[in-house]
Design a protein around this ligand. Structure first.
Ligand code: HEC
Ligand code: HEC
Length: 383
C-alpha cells in the first residue's frame, strides 16, 4: 500500500516537475524524483560464458532493492554537498561509466588530478583507483577517499540530512533496509551494491571466445594474435577485470613521472609477495585497467594523455621510455644489471596496428551501456 502511494506520488511529482529537454536525437523528460517500477529491477546475472574462469552469480550480499537504491543515489545530484554534481557526472553510462575528458570537474568546478576511470567489473579487481588505494566499494562514501572527494563528502551529515528530508529516499531506504533512517552505513552499502553490480561480460569478444573465434573477422583475429604475442594479455587478462597476476605496473610513459602513482606498490599487502626488490624507485606504478569497453573510455591513461587508441598503440609500439622500473614484459631483454633498461620496440606494421585496434573494439559491450537498470532513473524518454 505504502509502495503504491509512493509510486503514485512519484508520478504526480514527475508530471508536475518535468521539463522537456531536447537533444539532437530525441527528447527527454527530466524528473525531480526517480522513475522506478513498483518492484525493484532484477539485477541477478544468469548464464555462464564458457571462457570465464568462474560462474557469475548475483552478488548475494546485495538485494535488488539495495542495488536499485544505489542506482538512484549514483545519479542524484543531492549527493554532492552543493547539489551540483552526481557520481554520474564523471561516470557516464554511454561511456562505460567513464568521463570523456582528461580531467573531470568536481562540485566546486575544480579539476580532478587524474582521469576518471571506467566503472566496469571493478569489484573483480584487486583494488580501486589508479593507485589501488582502496579495496572495498562500500567504503567509497564513508572514508574520505583522497582525490575522490569531488562531491564534498567531508560534510556527510549535511548530505544525510538532505536525503532524509527528500520526498523519495525514506521510502526507498525502507524498501531496501527496512528502516527509513538514512545512515552512512546503509548509504554506502546501497551505493557499493550498485557500483559492484556494474558488470560487463557480453561483448563480441565474449561471444567469440565461446565459439572458437569463428565470429571474428580476419583482422580481429590478427589483432587477438598480436594481443597475445606482444604480451598485452599478460597484464590485461580477460577474466572480468585486469590481469591474472599484475595489479600495478610501470609501462614507461615517462622517464620521470609527474604523478608518482601508487605510493608503495610493494608494501602494505597490495601486491602479494614475492615482489621484485630490484625495482628501484617504485615510481610510475599505476593500476592495470580493464580493457573492457576501451573504445568508449578515451582519453587514456591515468592522466588522460592519449586521445585515441591509435596513440596508445603507438606508445606500446615505439614510445616506451627506458624508465628504471619499466615492467619486464615491456623490456627488450632482462640484462644482468636490472637498472640497465632497454625498452621494447614492437615494430608493428600499419596493418597490425589497425588489427590490434579492431580487436580492442570487440570488447565493447552494447548490452552494458544500454541496460536500463544501470541508466539514469531521473530521465524518461518522451517519445
Ligand atoms: C568529479 C568527478 C568524479 C565524481 C563526481 C565521482 N568520481 Fe569516481 N572517479 C573519478 C576519478 C578522477 C577517478 C580516478 C581517481 C584516482 O585514481 O585517483 C574515479 C574512480 C572511481 C572508481 C574506481 C574504479 C576502479 O575500477 O578502480 C570508482 C568505483 C568510482 N570512481 C565510483 C564513484 C562513485 C560511486 C561516485 C559517487 C559517489 C563517484 N565515483 C563520483 C571521478 C569522479
Ligand atoms: C606490464 C603490464 C602491461 C602490458 C604488457 C601492457 N599494458 Fe596496457 N596498461 C598497463 C597499465 C599499468 C596501464 C595504465 C598506465 C597508466 O595510466 O600509467 C595500461 C593502459 C593501457 C590502455 C589505456 C587504458 C585506459 O583505461 O586508459 C590501453 C588501451 C592498453 N594499456 C592497451 C595495451 C595493449 C594493446 C598492450 C600490448 C601491446 C598492453 N596494453 C600491454 C599495463 C600493461
Amino acid at each position: 500500500m505504502k509502495k503504491t502511494i509512493y509510486v503514485l506520488a512519484g508520478i504526480l511529482i514527475f508530471l508536475v516537475a518535468c521539463k522537456k529537454v531536447t537533444n539532437s536525437e530525441s527528447s527527454y523528460l527530466n524528473s525531480e524524483t526517480p522513475l522506478l517500477g513498483e518492484t525493484a529491477a532484477d539485477y541477478s546475472i544468469r548464464g555462464k560464458e564458457k571462457h570465464l574462469p568462474f560462474q557469475l552469480t548475483q552478488n548475494s550480499t546485495f538485494s535488488n532493492e539495495k542495488i536499485e537504491l544505489g542506482r538512484v543515489l549514483f545519479y542524484d545530484k543531492k549527493l554532492s554537498v552543493n547539489q551540483a554534481i552526481s557520481c554520474a557526472s564523471c561516470h557516464k553510462q554511454e561511456l562505460a561509466f567513464s568521463d570523456g575528458v582528461k580531467a573531470s570537474r568536481g562540485f566546486g568546478n575544480e579539476a580532478t588530478p587524474r582521469n576518471s576511470m571506467a566503472i566496469v567489473n571493478s569489484d573483480f579487481g584487486r583494488g580501486l583507483f589508479w593507485d589501488l588505494r582502496e579495496f572495498d566499494v562500500k567504503s567509497m562514501v564513508t572514508k574520505p577517499v583522497q582525490n575522490h572527494i569531488e562531491m564534498g563528502f567531508d560534510s556527510i551529515t549535511q548530505t544525510l540530512d538532505r536525503l532524509q528530508k527528500s520526498s523519495y529516499y525514506p521510502a526507498l531506504f525502507e524498501r531496501a533496509f527496512g528502516t527509513k533512517t538514512i545512515t552512512v552505513e546503509n548509504l554506502s552499502e546501497a551505493l557499493g551494491g550498485f557500483v559492484s553490480n556494474l558488470i560487463s561480460f557480453k561483448s563480441p569478444y565474449d561471444f567469440a571466445a565461446d565459439n572458437n573465434f569463428a565470429s571474428y573477422t580476419s583482422e580481429e583475429i590478427r589483432g587477438w594474435e598480436i594481443f597475445n604475442e606482444k604480451r598485452c594479455i599478460g597484464c590485461h587478462g580477460f577474466d572480468l577485470n585486469q590481469g591474472w597476476s599484475t595489479e600495478v605496473a610501470n609501462i614507461g610513459l615517462d622517464l620521470v613521472y609527474k604523478d608518482k602513482g601508487s605510493k608503495n606498490p610493494f608494501k602494505g599487502g597490495i601486491l602479494e609477495p614475492p615482489f621484485d626488490p630490484r625495482f628501484s624507485s617504485g615510481e610510475g606504478f599505476f593500476k592495470v585497467p580493464t580493457l573492457r569497453n576501451i573504445a568508449l573510455t578515451a582519453p587514456y591513461m591515468h592522466d588522460g594523455r592519449f586521445n585515441t587508441l591509435e596513440e596508445v598503440v603507438e606508445h606500446y609500439n615505439s614510445g616506451i621510455k627506458d624508465h628504471p622500473d619499466l615492467d619486464w614484459a615491456l623490456r627488450e631483454e632482462i640484462s644482468a644489471d636490472f637498472s640497465k633498461v632497454k625498452a621494447k620496440k614492437m615494430n608493428l606494421s600499419a596493418y597490425d596496428k589497425k588489427a590490434l585496434i579492431a580487436f580492442l573494439k570487440t570488447l565493447t559491450d552494447q548490452n552494458f551501456i544500454h541496460d536500463k537498470k544501470f541508466s539514469n532513473p531521473f530521465v524518461a524518454k518522451a517519445n
